[in-house]
Design a protein around this ligand. Structure first.
Ligand code: FES
Length: 151
C-alpha cells in the first residue's frame, strides 16, 4: 500500500492546475472586459471646470457684440453692451439647454430653439425660459478679459 501523501498528490496537482488555469482565464477575461467596460461607460462628469477662463483680449469685442467661449465643458457667453460694459453668463438656455446667442440687432440674448429671450442682465424676458441665465463674473487681467464663477 502506498503512503497517504502519495494518494493525495494527484488531487493536489489537479487543484494547483485548476487554480493556475482559473487565474489565467480570469486574467484573460479581465484584460478583455475591462477596456470594453471602460469604453462603454461614459466618462465621469468631472467638475474639473476651471474657476476662470480667458474669453477675449481687451478691445476684441466691439460694443454691441457677443462671443461664445468654452467654460470647462459648458458654453459661456461674453457680451459687450452698447455702452461698452461687459456681461457674462453660462450660455445654456434655462428652458431646454440650447446655446443662446447675443443678437446685436435686438440687443437681447436670444435662444433660437424656441425664441426665448433674455435681457442684457441675463433675465428671462420672453418665451419659454423659466429662469434667468446663470451669471459669470467678468474680470480683467492685463489685456485679457476673464470669465469667473460667481461667489
Ligand atoms: S431651449 Fe431655449 S427657448 Fe427652448
Amino acid at each position: 500500500m502506498e503512503p497517504t501523501n502519495r494518494e493525495s498528490e494527484p488531487l493536489e496537482r489537479r487543484n494547483f492546475l485548476n487554480v493556475v488555469l482559473g487565474a489565467g482565464v480570469a486574467g484573460t477575461i479581465g484584460s478583455i472586459g475591462f477596456p470594453i467596460v471602460r469604453y462603454l461607460l461614459p466618462p465621469p462628469e468631472s467638475d474639473a471646470a476651471p474657476d476662470a477662463v480667458v474669453a477675449a483680449k481687451e478691445g476684441e469685442l466691439p460694443p454691441n457684440s457677443g462671443k461664445i467661449v468654452r467654460f470647462g465643458v459648458k458654453p459661456a457667453l461674453l457680451i459687450r453692451r452698447a455702452d461698452g460694459s461687459y456681461g457674462a453668463f453660462f450660455a445654456s438656455c434655462t428652458h431646454l439647454d440650447c446655446t443662446v446667442q447675443y443678437r446685436p440687432d435686438l440687443k437681447v440674448i436670444h435662444c433660437a430653439c424656441h425664441n426665448g429671450m433674455y435681457d442684457l442682465q441675463g433675465r428671462n424676458v420672453s418665451g419659454p425660459p423659466p429662469r434667468p441665465l446663470e451669471r459669470l463674473q467678468v474680470k480683467q487681467r492685463g489685456n485679457e478679459i476673464l470669465l469667473a464663477r460667481e461667489g
